[in-house]
Design a protein around this ligand. Sequence first.
Ligand SMILES: [Zn+2]
Length: 102
Amino acid sequence: MPNCPECTAREKKKIQAKYEAETLEEDRGRDDLFKLFDEIDIPMKLDSATKHFICKRCGLYATREQVSDIRYKLNQREKTREDKQDDYLEWWQKSKKEKQEN
Ligand SMILES: [Zn+2]
């Protein structure tokens, strides 16, 4: 059964916040975070009569296509945010270096 995309996205945010609160910045690794993400287990239930998946936690009711669609959209949003953070980090590190050189 697929994991509920809505609940998974919410859970990821929670896990990431906890990880960042508990792990020093220099000890953080994306792989560690992804490993924690892999442990998320919020399977949806299949309603065989209507061929829809149901999430008992948030009540999401969707076909397999809709589930993938929602997951894709949520991932896209996450990716855009990460790219922006990377840009910011790059800019920040560069400006820090420039400050040291001056
Ligand atoms: Zn859900």
